[in-house]
Design a binder for this molecule. Sequence first.
Ligand code: FAD
Length: 481
Amino acid sequence: MITATIVGAGPNGLTAAAVLARAGVDVTVVERLPTIGGATSSAATLGEGTIVDLGSAAHPFGVTSAAFRALGLEEPELGEHRLEWVHADYPLAHPLPGGRAALLHRDAEQTARQLGVDRDAWLRLHAPATERPYDIAEAILSPLVRIPEHPLLLARLGLRGAWPATMLAPAIFRSGAARALFAGAATHATLPLEHPLTSAFGIAFGGVGHSTGWPFAKGGSQGISDALARVAVAAGARIETGVEVTDLRELPPSDLTLLDLTPHQLLRLGGLELEPGYTRRLAGWKYGPAVSKVDWLLDGPVPWEDERVTGAGTIHLGGTIGEIAAAERDVAAGRMPARPFVLACQPTAADPTRAPAGKHILWAYAHVPNGYPGDAVPAIEAQIERFAPGFRERILKRIATPPAALESWNPNLVGGAIGGGSLAGTQQLMRPTLVSPYRVPTTGRGDASAIYLCSSSAPPGGGAHGMSGWHAAHAALRDLD
Ligand SMILES: Cc1cc2nc3c(=O)[nH]c(=O)nc-3n(C[C@H](O)[C@H](O)[C@H](O)COP(=O)(O)OP(=O)(O)OC[C@H]3O[C@@H](n4cnc5c(N)ncnc54)[C@H](O)[C@@H]3O)c2cc1C
């Protein structure tokens, strides 16, 4: 029987485990923390009765993930481990200077109508992703070097998506509301908005939001990881927690080794003799901007100036496209902006089980320079207070998790970066290599295990969708044939 060891039980490691175990491979997953899930996990950190997402919260590309659907995470057979997506009234709200917010509805027409003069342009731009959310997700969550499943759809997305968001938005939208709503979605690239392809993020996040939404996992994001683990274990995989792997020679020998780790961690791993060119590539790996995270327990909903924002799952706090672009530029250049772009989630708007009766939790992060050592809390709270006067008076408890704390919790979050590596420069195409990105080239000891990279540092990149693990596991299975 073929054997595989997977280092790291994040959503990518667990997806790879489930794929390999279902293919008849004898799988062992080894995780350093006492619990599974990595940056897709939850805990009662704000006190009894709270469920706080420690990493991912909103899942536009979890709900559309081909891997999660193929593994049947939502199937009733999983019993209490079944994944259930829950939606707030709106996937996204973007409060604007002046008090009113632009809303992304789970209905393209409703979103477009509020944008007045930009109605038609909004609908046209987002049509490829709105109409075919699963196909668009499959098209963009795949390695680049392959025959695309949906070439025409990809070409339609690429036509406008290739533009920097700061060029496309003013070229096709006349209102500040449409430009800001689009820019907020484009910041999910965690790149300066002057960067090519940032529009593709805006189109994909907005369009998918119109149809399949940006849901939360009921009971916390831990539910995603628990469902994956359940599928893997049901197919025969073993998961060992509380074991940090520092040297591959400490592990029992196996035919395949999959690493749910990022490039600099590979360089520190003992027993891994990498090809010199690959070593150089990993040594030069850029992690890109970081996040600084804050969670609050509140004694009521956030007092948004535009009351409709109370019903939004995700809120983009950054004001106009100009302000957002300036903040993202600063962060990429290593400067902390006075008004950072803040992404907030209100899980209790979709899932009241996340907080004790009458209480609410708010989850947020700001984009900050990698490794930012300062206290981002005042700037984050000021951005919220700007659109929700009186917010600070609702705070019962606050937990701040700056970049260094994120990394010491999960070493994959290098300097507080959450996507496994920047998408700037060659790393958009070469994660870490263009051809065979999952296979780790070693200096051939014939008896050695075949090594694969299965984390978000490999294509398609960051996000709780399991697709890096899915593709890495399939690459390993193909190599066995
Ligand atoms: C604050 C934050 C907010 C986010 N928000 C969102 C969001 O809203 N939506 C979204 O889709 N994505 C979001 N993400 C990104 C998403 O969570 C990640 O892209 C995803 O979890 C990556 O999965 P992974 O399996 O590659 O790595 P990880 O989830 O990081 O898992 C890696 C695992 O490997 C383990 N490990 C590391 N080193 C070792 C070792 N030496 N030995 C054994 N085990 C080891 C770690 O403990 C961890 O469990 C967020 C991330 C963070 C941190």
